[in-house]
Design a protein around this ligand. Structure first.
Ligand code: 4NP
Length: 161
């Protein structure tokens, strides 16, 4: 993949899972001194939260683990499929929506399930949606996202993807 690699993380509302992935990936790339090799963003499939800050429960859990979530929610748009190199879906329904929006095989090939990069996924394909669950769900999102982002970053840097 040619640098800078453009990556967009996509969930449903763009206020919990994908802003977390954006912040964690950015932090890891920065700490490894390779932030300038990436353009990182996040988006949602839905439009309910456009313009909103991340969910305070997710933001609080992230802050306790050393990450600042400071994005504003936006909805994924058609031009994103041209602009980004990797479009990472946080769950199967998001994945299906993105595949449905993709107009070409080139676009479709950019869409991957993020959880497939989690080496500890035990076959699970999704980052569970924490929005309607208990407080522990937000911490779990961070743990999954940390494992997935570490592996994703490594795979990109060694040229495996
Ligand atoms: P996210 O979580 O997709 O990780 O941002 C959700 C946020 C909002 C809603 C669902 C999931 N919602 O239904 O409003």
């Amino acid at each position: 993949m040619n640098f800078p690699v453009k990556v967009v993380f996509v969930c449903l509302g763009n206020i919990c899972r994908s802003p977390t992935a954006e912040a964690v990936f950015q932090d890891m790339a920065h700490k490894r001194g390779v932030a300038d090799k990436f353009e990182i963003d996040s988006a949602g499939v839905g439009n309910w939260h456009v313009g909103d800050r991340p969910d305070y429960r997710q933001a609080h859990a992230a802050e306790q683990r050393g990450y600042r979530l400071d994005s504003f929610a936006r909805q994924i748009k058609k031009s994103d499929f041209d602009h980004y190199d990797l479009i990472l879906s946080m769950d199967q329904s998001v994945h299906d929506s993105l595949i449905g929006m993709a107009k070409t095989e080139t676009h479709r090939a950019k869409i991957k399930l993020f959880r497939e990069f989690d080496p500890d996924s035990k076959g699970e394909k999704e980052v569970p949606d924490p929005y309607y669950g208990g407080p522990e769900g937000f911490g779990e999102v961070i743990s999954i996202v940390e494992r997935g982002c570490r592996n994703l970053l490594e795979q990109i840097l060694v040229g495996e993807i």
